[in-house]
Design a protein around this ligand. Structure first.
Ligand code: UDX
Length: 454
């Protein structure tokens, strides 16, 4: 067993992979006085961070990066050898979907190999922390052997490996890292999670969150079960939204409020809408479905959760056709492109699927997002005209779909739509507008809102 005090120094930390998660982990640790070095193969990202700039839109992260770099607590490099000078390495590289829906471990494998190589010949103890989301079994079957063969160290002797999934939400990642609900620490039964716990005790001091210590596979599973659970709540409320739309007077928001007051259910993740997107939920669902099948199990509920979500953008198209008939040549304004507010991330954003579906129907689509326009343009190409303001987006439109609930869209009143649009017709895909106010002044439909006139 590893004694908690037996790591040479906890103050030097390396973080491999400077995406949303890695940079947040790095910057938060650096802001609390740890010496952190970020390692990434992307030279552009590394030079941005080295200059104190934040390559992603994540509230509060830019300030932390700037300040930490200025104070020499945060630096970045493409050189894996830097890891040698640290005593803890967080792996935060991406684990995207492979073509069969499973998990693509190529970044994990190459990061593990490079980390191992930089540690070969190092005598002091070193802790590797797996923060990337990996399907159960990956740490034991892939990461540990790769680290061992490339470093010539045996895990459990001078090299230690912990699984420590992250639960950071984009848009509030800094806050979530500073105030997590809990810490999940998985180790090989060698007590090495105590080493990591020590680091977190320094980070959180008197505000230590609850800690769950377990083995590798349970720690890996918890991350998937967490995301699947949340995704299932969303698909469940979205299924009720479908039902509500068929029942005059029904409103899914009231239903969600009512069930959310049941303490066993609680109010979170019950917002009906055009579906969940992002870099985690869809990919993680596919990965756990694929893994289950490989193990000979059909995970029905997870599969349906995913399928219900896949159908969300189609529900909006149906609503649009009910309102306007044939969509060919109709001008459609989409407000919001990011998969949720406060991020420029458009990965698997339902708004993008919506744009594609409208384009397939030969509608002319204009879209506006406060920060995600550039990223969306890269994915959508000519399917959409991306404009720089709400006004430009709405001007001359026959239909507007509210797709992402940014604050600046919440401030819009019926008069804005009536003033700019050719035909003021609005579909509220995220339930941010008051149905009474909007229905009394313009043609208005909303996800999960029953209507009397079909
Ligand atoms: C999620 C998990 O919350 C986080 O713990 C994990 O580490 C990564 O995946 P994130 O993808 O950043 O975080 O976003 P989240 O806030 O969970 O929202 C995911 C998607 O679900 C968004 O598209 C959002 O719009 C949608 N959503 C969320 C709903 O449609 N309804 C809800 O009630 C909540």
């Amino acid at each position: 067993m590893v004694g908690a005090s037996r790591l040479p120094s906890l103050s030097r930390i390396s973080v491999v992979g400077l995406g949303y998660v890695g940079l947040t982990v790095a910057a938060v640790l650096a802001s609390k006085g740890f010496k952190v070095i970020g390692v990434d193969t992307d030279e552009e990202k590394v030079s941005e961070v080295s200059l104190g700039r934040c390559p992603v839109h994540e509230p509060g992260l830019d300030v932390l990066v700037r300040r930490s770099v200025r104070r020499h607590n945060l630096s970045a490099t493409t050189d894996y050898n830097a890891i040698r000078e640290t005593s803890v390495t967080f792996i935060t590289v991406g684990t995207p979907s492979s073509n069969d829906g499973g998990i693509d471990l190529s970044y994990i494998q190459s990061a593990s190999r490079s980390i191992g190589e930089s540690l070969s010949g190092k005598r002091e103890r070193h802790l590797v922390v797996v923060k990337s989301t990996v399907v159960p079994g990956t740490t034991q079957r892939v990461i540990v052997p790769t680290l061992e063969s490339s470093s010539n160290h045996r895990v459990g002797e001078s090299l230690f490996v912990c699984v420590n999934p992250e639960f950071l939400r984009e848009g509030s990642a800094v806050k979530d890292m500073l105030h997590p609900d809990r810490l999940v620490l998985g180790d090989a039964g060698d007590g090495s999670s105590n080493l990591l716990l020590n680091l977190y005790k320094v980070l959180y001091r008197k505000k230590m969150p609850p800690v769950l210590k377990t083995n590798y596979v349970n720690a890996e599973l918890i991350k998937y079960a967490n995301n699947v659970f949340l995704a299932t709540r969303i698909s469940l409320i979205n299924e009720f939204a479908n039902l509500c739309q068929l029942i005059p007077g029904a409103d899914v928001n009231v239903v969600a409020q009512g069930i959310g007051l049941d303490e066993r259910i609680g109010p979170h993740f019950l917002r009906a809408g055009i579906g969940f997107g992002g870099s985690c939920f869809p990919k993680d669902l596919r990965a756990i479905i694929t893994l289950s099948r490989e193990l000979g199990h059909d995970p029905e509920l997870i599969r349906v959760t995913y399928e219900v979500n896949e159908r969300r953008p189609g529900v909006v198209i149906k609503m649009a056709e009910d309102l306007l008939g044939d969509l060919k040549g109709r001008r459609v304004a989409i407000l919001g492109l990011a998969f949720k507010p406060n991020t420029d991330d458009v990965r698997e954003a339902p708004a993008l699927k919506l744009v594609k579906l409208f384009a397939e129907k030969k509608a002319e689509v204009k879209a506006y997002d406060p920060v995600a326009g550039e990223n969306a343009k890269r994915v959508l190409g000519n399917a959409v005209t991306i404009v720089d303001s709400i006004e430009e987006c709405l001007r001359g439109a026959d239909l507007c779909v509210l797709a992402t609930e940014w604050d600046e869209f919440r401030a819009l009143r019926p008069e804005h739509f009536i003033g700019f649009m050719r035909e003021p017709v609005l579909i509220d895909g995220r339930r941010i507008y008051d149905p009474k106010e909007f229905s009394s002044k313009m043609r208005f439909r909303a996800i999960g809102l029953g209507t009397n006139d079909g």
